[in-house]
Design a protein. Sequence first.
Lengths: 116, 119
Amino acid sequence: AQSVTQLDSQVPVFEEAPVELRCNYSSSVSVYLFWYVQYPNQGLQLLLKYLSGSTLVKGINGFEAEFNKSQTSFHLRKPSVHISDTAEYFCAVTPALNSGYSTLTFGKGTMLLVSP
Amino acid sequence: GAVVSQHPSRVICKSGTSVKIECRSLDFQATTMFWYRQFPKKSLMLMATSNEGSKATYEQGVEKDKFLINHASLTLSTLTVTSAHPEDSSFYICSARRGLRGGVYTEAFFGQGTRLTVV
């Protein structure tokens, strides 16, 4: 089984400041990792994913994340945030199986609050 | 990316009635669909996984007779909340994935969610 820990439930930051949202995972098998964003009363939108290859992954909206296997982490970063980045961010993992049926395990989410 | 459409986005129903939520993959065939429930300030809780043409697999603690899931075609899955009660009020989100493609992982796409309020 897998588990995901997002230590920060809420991260307040000023506009144009850098931000890092932390994600740690636990798994006995190799995993694929994801970050999703959720705006109020909407579904989830994929920001970026790590499947294999380079451990630094770039996503949409200027976000990037780095997979660190030794620390079992996949922290999300953005060098300069905008007011429009205010949303809930979820880290998720799934076993790296050659299967179309593996499910996602989500963290509890981190609310990013960007203020002027 | 692929589009998953969920309908309705909001529904208010009376206690004791049933509500059906639809999830459609608009531009791909979804071999597998997932239904999640999201409580306020909580993560997504997987309720069930459904594969086209077969019975859904429910997670532990989810009442299969209360939350009926049908995956009748490769583009449509439905969740019916039967005899709804106020405690069923929540945000329900569906997700759809393409089938296996030569052993390569295929990502899941999410619907917009349905806010169910039972009064």
